[in-house]
Design a protein around this ligand. Structure first.
Ligand SMILES: [Zn+2]
Length: 319
């Protein structure tokens, strides 16, 4: 098993301490920015809680429970996430009520190994309205030895009634030197790590993703595409086709949204900064849309037309 990053370890230690002291609540909300490794913390803690021979904070890795856990067949552990749609053609974009009902039924059972029942729901903010009501019922009737952990990068999207019933474990962005040291330990050159970390605003998980996905070349290509659109040297439809052509559309939008923020930060005209901020929001909504069944190139072309339309704004007069 890989070593937890220091920021994961801190969150894990808080949960482990609470568990050792008998204070670990029935419901936990494990939150913090995406790609910091929240799920890994939850899964590892589940393994620890279920382990039959743990010493201290860590599961033994050898007992019957650990072996079943590692094989993905532990009867007292449930991981809930997106499941395929009815046609089986792609994953749903919501966690639905049947999944929450099944979970409630599971948690009502006596643990087969007698220790505990643990369920992890990730991403918890994808629970739809009906499913949230079913989940709330489960949270309202806590049973000893039952643990329900909700993992979310967007906890504010969860109903307040659910949030208020959970203890909160938060993963935070680490200090810059810790993030750089971790990236270096992942095998990235120091200079690349520093550049990626700066572009990712101190987010080591994101910087790592970018470096693995071909360094910052994708970001530079996105910046160049936006610039060509701005100058009228390329058509939105043409760029949209390119952006939708592979699996990096989401990452491109993330870079594009980020580049808009960077651009806005360098502006003195508040109206123009505001229109860039509006475009940033739009880019993020488009990222959400890319996860639905809407055609990616259509989402992208609309967004890029809006980008080009920003040219007509105050910046033209600045030149
Ligand atoms: Zn064990």
């Amino acid at each position: 098993m890989s070593t937890l990053a220091p920021w994961q370890q801190r969150a894990y230690a808080r949960m482990a301490d609470a568990f050792a002291a008998g204070r670990l609540g029935h419901a936990q909300l494990i939150c913090g920015p995406a790609r910091l490794g929240k799920r890994e913390v939850a899964v590892r803690m589940a393994r620890r809680v279920l382990c039959e021979a743990a010493s201290g904070d860590v599961a033994c890795g050898a007992c019957r429970s650990c072996r079943l856990f590692d094989a993905g067949t532990h009867p007292d552990y449930r991981f809930v996430s997106f499941i395929p749609n009815r046609e089986g053609t792609k994953l749903r974009t919501e966690i639905v009520i049947d999944q929450m009902r099944e979970l409630a039924a599971q948690l009502a059972l006596t643990p087969q190994f007698g220790r505990a029942q643990v369920a992890v729901v990730d991403p918890a903010d994808a629970i739809n309205h009906a499913a949230a009501n079913a989940l709330l019922k489960t949270l309202e009737e806590p049973v000893p030895g039952r643990y329900l952990w909700l993992v979310s990068a967007h906890p504010m999207r969860l109903p307040a009634t659910i949030r208020s019933r959970c203890q909160r474990i938060e993963l935070r962005l680490p200090p810059a030197d810790e993030a750089a040291a971790w990236l270096s330990a992942q095998g990235h050159a120091m200079a690349d790590a520093a550049e990626a970390l700066q572009a990712a605003r101190g987010h080591p998980g994101l910087a790592d993703d970018w470096l693995r996905a071909g360094g910052l070349s994708l970001r530079k290509a996105v910046a160049a595409d936006l610039q060509r659109l701005w100058k009228g040297e390329a058509a939105p439809a043409e760029i949209a086709q390119q952006w939708a052509a592979d699996e990096h559309a989401d990452l491109r939008l993330r870079h594009a949204a980020d580049l808009a923020v960077e651009r806005a930060a360098g502006l003195t005209d508040p109206r123009h900064a505001r229109s860039l901020a509006a475009w940033f929001d739009r880019a993020n909504r488009s990222r959400d849309l890319l996860r639905t069944t809407v055609r990616a190139d259509l989402v992208l072309v609309e967004l890029l037309v809006a980008w080009r339309a920003l040219r007509g704004g105050p910046e033209k007069r600045e030149r």
